[in-house]
Write a protein that binds this ligand. Structure first.
Ligand code: TXA
Ligand code: MG
Length: 325
């Protein structure tokens, strides 16, 4: 990204050394910042779960430098996984395949026989993964259940001294997490909508791909309460905004609004957050706006999500919905 800070080669080398020493490294990706640990080291992975505050049975994505490493970390990789990797890596797609137990510590995947793999599309992540050589287990670099970080400052605010190395690669270009596709079953299934749209995935798979519902997978991005600020998030349709805003004002609640196109005739008390320019921008700024709701001490944030079931807007609507529960 033009003008984005770019850590020096020295900083990346220090980060690689830290990973090799079993320490944690926060790093930028195009989706959100990740909190990385050596995926082959059970101790490093234990530390990762402790800092993140994540239940031990919730699997973490393993990041690799290139698609050629698929076979180093996974077994029985189906053809559809290779086609998806060819089409979308580096990029915002995580592919769940059968785990190679020698290369990925069991703790990474909560003991599951599968592993989610992703090649991120960010020069700093790429340099880190290239230098390290092996898989880097990394959830988003926030405490469990909270809003994902899209800048290095967000990581510092959330994790503080609990992470020794934070690589600053500027604000994330995509802004919502990767799409997760599980290819270990008879049919590929989408476990989480994200940076790559369902339409794009279906064009590669060649047919409709089901979205598996949350009840079937016990995994954090698929839990209902997630990505949540302290302010309560209320999902509304555009025509309801003025009435809801008046109700909150009457009840003495500080309310704000996030919408692509804020409607007219709103009560003065309503704090209208800077509207995103389009759906891509909505994804990019969503988490920063959720944080802003807390910085502004809002009691309630009204959010009008994009109406979209196949594109990037579906990922935005999904995160807004989870933040509201
Ligand atoms: O964009 C992203 O995916 C970011 C960046 C850092 O890569 N990572 C991220 O990680 O969002 P995290 O841990 O916050 O969310 C990972 C999601 C969780 O919902 C987890 O359950 C799911 O991926 N997941 C990971 N491995 C899995 C597996 N083997 N089977 C099923 N779900 C898996
Ligand atoms: Mg997360």
């Amino acid at each position: 990204m033009p003008g984005a800070p770019s850590p020096t080669d020295d900083a990346v080398t220090r980060a690689v050394d830290a990973l090799r020493a079993g320490e944690l490294v926060a790093f930028p990706t195009e989706t959100v910042y990740g909190l990385g640990a050596d995926a082959a080291s059970p101790d490093a992975v234990r530390r990762l779960f402790a800092v993140k505050g994540r239940p031990a049975d919730h699997p973490v994505i393993v990041h690799i430098a290139r698609a050629a490493q698929l076979d180093a970390l996974a077994r029985d990789v189906p053809d559809v996984a290779r086609r998806l990797a060819d089409a979308f890596w580096p990029g915002a797609l995580t592919i769940v395949v059968a785990r190679d137990p020698d290369r990925v510590a069991p703790g990474v995947t909560g003991g599951r026989a599968t592993v989610g793999l992703r090649v991120p599309d960010h020069p700093v992540a790429q340099a880190l993964l290239d230098g390290f050589g092996g898989g880097v287990a990394a959830p988003s670099a926030n405490r469990f259940g909270r809003v994902s970080p899209t800048t290095a400052a967000h990581v510092r605010a959330d994790l503080g001294d609990d992470v020794g190395v934070i690589l600053d690669g500027g604000p994330c270009r995509v802004g919502v997490e990767s799409t997760i596709v599980d290819v270990t079953g008879a049919e590929p299934a989408i476990l989480r909508v994200g940076g790559v749209s369902r339409a794009e995935i279906e064009s590669v798979v060649g047919r409709a791909v089901a979205r598996r519902t949350s009840g079937e997978v016990a995994a954090p991005g698929t839990l209902e309460s997630h990505y949540a600020p302290d302010a309560s998030v209320e999902v509304v349709d555009a025509p309801e905004v003025a009435d809801r805003a008046r109700a909150h004002a009457t009840a003495g609640r500080r309310a704000g609004l996030l919408a692509l196109t804020p409607p007219g005739d709103l009560p003065r008390e309503l704090l209208v957050l800077d509207p995103p320019r389009d759906v891509e921008d909505y994804a990019r700024v969503l988490y920063a706006r959720l944080r802003e709701a807390d910085e502004q001490n809002l009691d309630v944030l009204l959010v009008v999500p994009p109406a979209d079931t196949y594109g990037l807007g579906a990922a935005v609507a999904d995160r807004v919905w989870r933040a509201s529960h």
